[in-house]
Design a protein. Structure first.
Length: 114
């Protein structure tokens, strides 16, 4: 139940308003009712909105959104243990440094011995 408040402070239930007016002819030049059904002469329903949507997606295959799994693909092959062949990467040695401010205001980076 979506209730909105008007500028004058009155509450309007938009869901009830939409369901109450499904059969009324929508404004504009599309010749549809408020639900989206195509209308013919005299306001008679020619084609339901579901049929209109199905026809659109049949004629426009690029408009169809494909569902894709974001999970990793699962291999059916058994996992072979290779514990002996796994090589751990060596850690790189990082030199420790410190910043020293010179009397001129410049900053110099010096290596620190351990």
């Amino acid at each position: 139940m979506v209730q909105r408040r008007t500028n004058q402070g009155q509450n309007i239930d938009m869901e009830t308003l939409a369901t109450r007016n499904e059969e009324t002819i929508a404004l504009g030049n599309m010749k549809v009712n408020a639900r989206g059904d195509k209308l013919g002469p005299g306001g008679k329903v020619i084609q339901k909105r579901d049929a209109v949507a199905r026809a659109y997606y049949e004629n426009n295959p690029k408009a169809v959104v494909q569902s894709v799994s974001i999970k990793d693909a699962v291999d059916d092959k058994p996992v072979v243990e290779q514990s002996a062949s796994i090589v751990k990467p060596k850690k790189a040695k990082v030199k420790k440094t410190r910043e020293v401010e010179l009397p001129s205001g410049d900053i110099e980076i010096q290596e620190v011995e351990e």
